[in-house]
Design a binder for this molecule. Structure first.
Ligand code: SF4
Length: 346
């Protein structure tokens, strides 16, 4: 059984003019020690998916419908705040893009780590300090004793993110959710911090959910990946397979847009257009206004693209939501009826 099993996750924001659906029918799982990447442009819904796991969606957002998130056999949807607090930070911890979002500027690093430990465990200040020191050492922070006495503003950006990694490991979590953990750092530091996170997760058998727009990072760090567009998962499978053979036109576009795919001296490739607003999605496939395959060679619209939302099809290991791909993809026995029902209900 997977350590984390997310099924049909549906997140909405109650606005005056009606609900805006930020996530639709998002399903994925994570095994112990596995590393999963969630990629997509800004507004695709990847951070909302991560925040939902820790119930960090603030009002007017809410988890709706038949959403289910089972962690280690326990359903998280509907869990009390108190029960969730025992999981949040303890068994699942989060690394945010900007370390200053997590660190308190008026407390020393040591005080923050000790406070966090004492909030979750019955432990003396002396033992909490000892554990904090060990975690700073694990995060390869030079002069860890001195760092415990420093304030966040006295550290460089890279050092602050290492402290955040140490704090994320403080309570020996099963899963770390990292939301664009290196975006705010200099390019030279990004690789170091990512390599550290990968090494620590591997060494301590910690699962990683990495949220990023950077396909390069996902390909180096994760074993499986989800590609999100307009609040839905549009492709998922083993990272290596997707990077080497992307099936969805949007994933193909993301890979073509990588700087290393451009011909030297020419402009970078790009996906024309932009992510649609969630409160005004195009009909049918949300990607159709940007998709080079939504129109057939003879100028006619491709059947389905403008009027039917494509459901995920394929095997359990590799799935794609695209009418064109589904036409050429054998559907495993038993899935055909499910797909037809799913498409009808959309
Ligand atoms: Fe393009 Fe149609 Fe596939 Fe959407 S369903 S990605 S519009 S080919």
């Amino acid at each position: 059984m997977a350590l984390l099993d997310v099924n049909h996750l549906d997140v909405r924001f109650a606005m005056r003019r009606g609900d805006v659906q930020a996530l639709r029918d998002v399903s994925f799982s994570l095994d112990k020690g596995e590393r999963l990447g969630i990629v997509g442009e800004s507004g695709a819904g990847k951070s909302i998916a991560a925040f939902s796991l820790l119930n960090l969606i603030s009002k007017p957002g809410y988890i709706a419908g038949d959403s289910s998130m089972v962690f280690d056999g326990q359903e998280l949807v509907g869990l009390s705040d108190r029960a969730l607090r025992r999981i949040r930070g303890h068994r699942m911890s989060m690394i945010f893009q900007d370390p200053m979002m997590t660190l308190n500027p008026v407390l020393t690093i040591g005080d923050q780590m000790i406070e966090c430990l004492k909030a979750h465990r019955r432990i003396s200040t002396r033992d909490a300090r000892k554990i904090s020191l060990e975690k700073l050492q694990l995060a390869q922070i030079p002069a860890p004793e001195a760092r415990l006495e420093q304030y966040p503003h006295e550290l460089s950006g890279g050092m602050r993110q290492r402290v955040i990694i140490a704090i994320a490991l403080l309570l020996d979590p099963d899963i770390i959710i990292a939301d664009e953990p290196t975006t705010a750092l200099d390019v030279t530091i990004q690789a170091e911090v990512m390599a550290l996170l990968l090494e620590l997760c591997e060494k301590h058998d910690v699962g990683l959910i990495l949220i990023t727009h950077d396909l390069g990072v996902v390909s180096q760090v994760t074993e499986r990946m989800l590609v999100m567009y307009a609040g839905r998962v549009i492709e998922q499978g083993p990272t290596r397979e997707i990077i080497n053979n992307p099936l969805h036109p949007y994933t193909q576009g993301l890979i073509q847009a990588l700087p290393q795919m451009a011909t030297p001296g020419s402009r970078l490739n790009q996906i024309l257009g932009s992510m649609p607003s969630l409160d005004n999605l195009p009909t049918g496939c949300a990607f159709h206004p940007r998709c080079p395959f939504a129109t057939l060679e003879d100028g006619r619209p491709r059947p389905g693209c403008r009027d039917r939302v494509p459901g995920l099809s394929g095997t359990e290991a590799r799935q794609v939501a695209c009418h064109m791909v589904a036409e050429n993809m054998p559907t495993p026995p038993g899935q055909a009826d499910q797909l037809a029902t799913a498409e009808e209900s959309q």
